[in-house]
Design a protein around this ligand. Structure first.
Ligand code: SAM
Length: 231
């Protein structure tokens, strides 16, 4: 399996906010699990003003709205769940420089046109799709030397220790939803060395790996934020 869709439909229906009409443009970019931690748009390592960015797995669209509305980037944001895209458009569709599309990330990368100056994912498609398949598709759509930035759940978040496997294999996980249902999914939970290797194999150079702890659970890192450059 290279992609998975079904748990995210139930997630969209239960976890994220209801469509509520227009929302104010968010005040900051949220790469981590806690609002007060992590960098903003400087994580891209370039000025994003006037640049064409692509978000893979945008959920309700807040990050794309921030980057278009406050940083003046031109943003295309995709999510495989139509409810998320309807929500995004209802919240932020009035902004001139953001386009929200219902599409699976790999499908979008392979079957649409154009190139981007930056690609990003915030707990989105990267980490939920086989990186050996997704990264080459990203590389084909990203201009040389431009950034790929993504945050994923930290691979050591449960134990605080290093996993025993050295292979970049997916791990079975469960999405537990408020209605009590539990949805199986797989995550590619790589450590920094494994990300560095898989990025290098697919046309990128890892430039920075940052980990962030959620103050509500201070014993283990919660978020891994990776910045890479297209070579
Ligand atoms: C945990 S949510 C994060 C949403 C958003 N990035 C945020 O930070 O609020 C994961 C999102 O990724 C989307 N997603 C998962 N796999 C995807 C894929 N292969 N292509 C496009 N979207 C995907 C899901 O539908 C969901 O909206």
């Amino acid at each position: 399996m290279i992609t998975q869709s079904s748990p995210w439909h139930a997630y969209a229906a239960q976890i994220t906010d209801r469509p509520t009409g227009r929302l104010p443009v968010p005040r900051r970019l949220q790469w981590t699990t806690h609002p007060a931690t992590g960098p903003g748009a400087e994580a891209f390592g370039i000025s994003v003003r006037g640049r064409h960015l692509l978000e893979l797995g945008c959920g309700p669209g807040h990050s794309a709205a921030y980057l278009a509305g406050r940083e003046r980037a031109h943003v295309t944001a995709v999510d495989l769940v139509d409810l998320q895209i309807r929500r995004s458009r209802e919240h932020y569709g009035h902004l001139p420089d953001v386009t929200y599309l219902t599409c699976e990330a790999l499908r979008f990368l392979r079957h649409s046109g154009g190139r981007f100056d930056g690609v990003y994912s915030i707990f989105g498609a990267i980490g939920l799709t086989d990186p050996a398949v997704l990264l080459p598709a990203v590389a084909r759509r990203l201009n040389p030397h431009r950034p790929l930035v993504f945050s994923v759940p930290h691979p050591h978040r449960r134990t605080g220790t290093i996993p025993t496997t050295r292979a970049a294999r997916p791990r079975a996980d469960v999405l537990a939803l408020p209605d009590g249902t539990r949805h199986p999914l797989v995550r590619w939970e790589l450590d920094v060395a494994q990300w560095s290797t898989v990025l290098a194999r697919n046309g990128f150079r890892l430039s920075q790996a940052q980990e962030f702890t959620d103050p509500r659970r201070p014993r283990s890192p919660a978020t891994l934020l990776i910045t890479a450059r297209r070579v």
